[in-house]
Design a protein around this ligand. Structure first.
Ligand code: UDX
Length: 475
C-alpha cells in the first residue's frame, strides 16, 4: 500500500494522470505541465509522479520521455476521420468514442486499470486526472470512477472567458457575423470585436458550437482550471473567470504559464518531424535582431497562391528570414516546392526548413521579429523572448490572440486582408526597419520583463504551481 506521509517524515506519494488532446499545440503544454509536476514535493511531505495517457492517433513516443510513465487509451477515431485530420472532427469523434463508444476494451475499463494501484504497492492509485479542456467525455468517465478532474486550458484566459460567454453571444445575435458589423465591439468582452470571435462559415459551425459548449461545461464541472498564461498578462480576464467559475463551485483557477519556461519537456518536439538544428548555425551567422522568423504552427495551411505570395513577399522585403515550410503547409500538396528562382534570389539571406526548434530560434539574438499565425503556444513563446510579431491568424482562438497582441499588449500588428506580396513587404519593413517597429520591439522587451518576474521563486506562476501541487496532494 502507499505509504502515508505524516509526522514520521515518510513520503506521501501521489500519482497524477494527464491526458492531452492529441495535437501538437495541446501535447506540448500538457507534457510541460507533466514535467513541472513530476517529482515535485509539496507541503506535508507529498511527492508527485505522472502517468501520461495518449491515443493511438498522433501517439506520443514514450521513449522520448523516460522520466514519465505512459498508457495508451483506445481512441475509437474512425480511419477516415483520422486521415482527414480536422481538429474539430477529431475532438467530436474522440468524445463520442470515449462516451460509451464500442471500442473493446472500453475507455472506461482502460482508465479504471490505469487509475488502480499495482499489486506490489510501488504505484499508488491515481488521485486525479488532468485533462485537456476539450476532453469532456474523459471527465464524465473519471467522475464515474470517483476520480476528480482538473482541466488544463492550453489557450489564453481571454479565450476561455470567450468560450464561457459563447452561448450568451449567440443569443445576443453577434453570430453569425454580419459583414457590416465585423468591426463592432463585443460589449461584454472588451476589446474583442465581432470579427475576433471563433466562427467558421462552413458546415462545421454547428460542430464548433457544440465543442465550445463542451469546453465550457468541462471547465465548470472540474475541481480546478489550470491556464497556460500568467497573472500579469491577463489580470482582468483571470479575475472574471475566477469569479464566474467560483460560482460554479470550481475550487481553484490557476495561471501557471508560460509552461515551456517552467519545464523544458518537449521543447521543439514534433509528432512527425525532427527539428532542423542547422538553422541555429545559420542564425549564428546573421546580425543581431535582423532575422524575421516565419512559421504558421502545426496545423494552419495556405493555398498555392498564398504560398507564392508569401515566398515573393519575403524575397522582395530584402530582410533576412527563416521560414518553416511544413510538408503539409500547402493545401492539397504532400510536399510544396518553392517557386522557380526563389532559392537563388534569397541565397545567403533566407533559409527554409521543415520544422524549427522554435523556442531556441525565438531566443536567438539574431531573431528580431516573428511572423506567426498566433496559436497560443507560439504567441506565449514569442512574448517570453521579447520578440515582436506580425500576425496572420486563421482559425479558433488565433483571431482573439491577435486582437490582444495588437490592442492590449501592443507588441505586434495584424497583416489584414488577402496575402499579397506588396502588402507582405510593407508589413515586414514596418516591423523590422521602421521606427514604429522599434517602438513595438521596446514594448515586447518590457512585457518579457514582466514574464521573467512571474517565473522568479516568489513570482505568480511559481506560487500557482506550488498551490497546484499542494491541492493535488490534498485530494
Ligand atoms: C493549435 C491552434 O492552431 C491554436 O490556435 C491553439 O491555440 C492551439 O492548437 P498550433 O497551430 O499547433 O496550435 O500552434 P501553436 O499553439 O502555436 O503550437 C505550435 C507549437 O509547435 C509551438 O509550441 C511551437 O514552438 C511548436 N513548433 C512550431 C515548433 O517547435 N517548430 C516549428 O517549426 C513550428
Amino acid at each position: 500500500a502507499t505509504r502515508r506521509g505524516g509526522g514520521d517524515g515518510s513520503i506521501r506519494r501521489r500519482r497524477v494522470l494527464v491526458f492531452p488532446l492529441p495535437f501538437q499545440g495541446h501535447i506540448n503544454p500538457m507534457l510541460q505541465l507533466a514535467g513541472a509536476l513530476h517529482g515535485r514535493r509539496g507541503g506535508g511531505g507529498g511527492e508527485l509522479s505522472v502517468t501520461v495517457l495518449h491515443t493511438r492517433f498522433n501517439a506520443i513516443d514514450p521513449s522520448r520521455y523516460p522520466e514519465l510513465a505512459f498508457a495508451e487509451v483506445p481512441d475509437g477515431i474512425p480511419p477516415d476521420v483520422a486521415a482527414n485530420g480536422n481538429i474539430v472532427d477529431i475532438i467530436v469523434a474522440l468524445n463520442v468514442a470515449m462516451d460509451g463508444g464500442e471500442s473493446s476494451p472500453s475507455f472506461r475499463d482502460v482508465l479504471a486499470s490505469v487509475v488502480a494501484a499495482d499489486d506490489e504497492g510501488r504505484k499508488p492509485r491515481a488521485s486525479c486526472l488532468i485533462i485537456d479542456g476539450n476532453l469532456m467525455a474523459a471527465q464524465k468517465t473519471a467522475a464515474e470512477l470517483g476520480l476528480p478532474t482538473l482541466v488544463l486550458r492550453t489557450g489564453s484566459a481571454a479565450c476561455l472567458g470567450c468560450y464561457l460567454a459563447y452561448p450568451a453571444l449567440l443569443q445576443k445575435g453577434y453570430l453569425p457575423p454580419k459583414e457590416s458589423q465585423l468591426y463592432e465591439p463585443v460589449e461584454e468582452l472588451p476589446p474583442l470585436r465581432v470579427r475576433d470571435l471563433y466562427y467558421t462559415s462552413n458546415a462545421n459551425q454547428e460542430l464548433v458550437r457544440k465543442v465550445l459548449g463542451w469546453i465550457a461545461e468541462t471547465a465548470r464541472n472540474s475541481n480546478g482550471v489550470v491556464i497556460n498564461t500568467f497573472d500579469e498578462l491577463e489580470p482582468a480576464e483571470l479575475e472574471r473567470i475566477r469569479r464566474e467559475l467560483d460560482g460554479d463551485g470550481v475550487a481553484i483557477v490557476l495561471a501557471v504559464g508560460p509552461l515551456h519556461k517552467l519545464s523544458p519537456m518537449n521543447a521543439g518536439g514534433s509528432l512527425h518531424l525532427c527539428p532542423d538544428r542547422s538553422c541555429i548555425e545559420w542564425l549564428d551567422t546573421q546580425a543581431t535582431g535582423s532575422v524575421l522568423y516565419v512559421s504558421f504552427g502545426s496545423l494552419a495551411s495556405l493555398d498555392s497562391n498564398e504560398f507564392l505570395e508569401v515566398a515573393w513577399g519575403l524575397e522582395s522585403s530584402g530582410q533576412p528570414f527563416l521560414w518553416v515550410v511544413r510538408p503539409d503547409l500547402v493545401k492539397g500538396l504532400d510536399k510544396p516546392s518553392l517557386p522557380d528562382g526563389f532559392e537563388r534570389a534569397v541565397e545567403g539571406r533566407g533559409k527554409v526548413i521543415k520544422w524549427a526548434p522554435q523556442q531556441e530560434v525565438l531566443a536567438h539574438h539574431a531573431v528580431g521579429g516573428f511572423w506567426t499565425h498566433n496559436g497560443w503556444n507560439s504567441t506565449l513563446e514569442s512574448v517570453s523572448e521579447g520578440v515582436p510579431m506580425i500576425c496572420k491568424p486563421q482559425f479558433a482562438d488565433q483571431m482573439l490572440n491577435t486582437r490582444y497582441l495588437e490592442a492590449v499588449w501592443a507588441v505586434g500588428f495584424e497583416l489584414v486582408g488577402k496575402l499579397e506580396r506588396g502588402e507582405i513587404k510593407k508589413a515586414i519593413k514596418r516591423l523590422m526597419v521602421e521606427k514604429e517597429g522599434a517602438e513595438i520591439r521596446e514594448r515586447a522587451k518590457e512585457l518579457k520583463k514582466k514574464m521573467d518576474q512571474c517565473l522568479e521563486s516568489s513570482g505568480s506562476s511559481q506560487i500557482a504551481i506550488n498551490r497546484l501541487v499542494n491541492y493535488i496532494i490534498s485530494l
